[in-house]
Design a protein around this ligand. Structure first.
Ligand code: ADP
Ligand code: MG
Length: 224
């Protein structure tokens, strides 16, 4: 609740391992607030958050992270003066596989196509590239549930295509990916399931092609 306004109202969703689950909706629908609730930065008035069968509703963000939860922020939260590799190392050092942090980071730099900018300070990167670093930081902790808040904003078409392939690969590794994204091309390409949030409520859910044709979804987006 924000000053008596309900940002989320009975919204319920599931993200399965091995799948990319999309969450779309107009600005102000409550998508980022829902992420805050899932990762423990905000406490909901009611409702539950369950990760792999564990009820984590009463746990703080750090303990939820130990249950395999990682997220990126819509507003980037990188260490601006640190190089790309060091940004990833800081995160890998928090993960379950600390002893192999350097190997994990080298693998991620390759996988994300960031090897050439490994020593570039995050502040000097174009936005699209900085978003990849933010995703890399989340992946460095080897999450089982990965929340991505508009990760493709600022990426050009080629970057977005490559990013989509990366998301499919991350899901194929057994991670549950929950993706908030405005780029509908990307959403339609990569998502197995899609939820639509409007005014804090889930107004449609299902396979992307079905959801896209839903009359309430068209109304929410077009104001029809
Ligand atoms: P989305 O990510 O879908 O664009 P948000 O989760 O950011 O939406 O916002 C959902 C609603 O909550 C909006 O009406 C927004 O104005 C409101 N809101 C978000 N954060 C705050 C806050 N800190 N204080 C007051 N209202 C907020
Ligand atoms: Mg948002």
């Amino acid at each position: 609740m924000f000053g008596g306004n309900r940002a989320l109202d009975g919204a319920a969703l599931r993200a399965e391992r091995g799948a990319v689950t999309g969450l779309i909706g107009p600005n102000g629908a409550g998508k980022s607030t829902l992420f805050d609730v899932i990762c423990g930065l905000r406490t909901p008035t009611r409702g539950r958050v369950v990760i792999d069968g564990h009820d984590v509703t009463k746990l703080g963000p750090a303990r939820r992270a130990r249950h395999g939860l990682a997220r990126t922020f819509q507003r980037l939260e990188l260490f601006g003066r640190l190089g790309v590799r060091d940004n990833l190392l800081v995160a890998a050092d928090l993960g379950p596989d600390r002893r192999h942090a350097e190997a994990t980071v080298d693998g991620l730099l390759e996988r994300l196509g960031l090897a050439a900018v490994a020593d570039t300070p995050a502040d000097d990167l174009p936005t699209g590239t900085a978003r990849l670093v933010e995703v890399g930081r989340a992946l460095a902790v080897r999450p089982t549930l990965l929340l991505l808040d508009e990760p493709a904003a600022g990426q050009d078409h080629a970057e977005t295509e490559r990013f989509g392939a990366l998301l499919r690969a991350v899901a194929a590794d057994g991670t549950a990916v929950l993706l908030v994204e405005h780029d509908m091309g990307l959403v339609m390409d990569v998502c197995d399931q899609l939820y639509v949030l409007d005014l804090g409520q889930v107004i449609a859910a299902g396979p992307p092609a079905t959801v896209r044709a839903d009359a309430r979804v068209l109304a929410a987006y077009l104001g029809a």
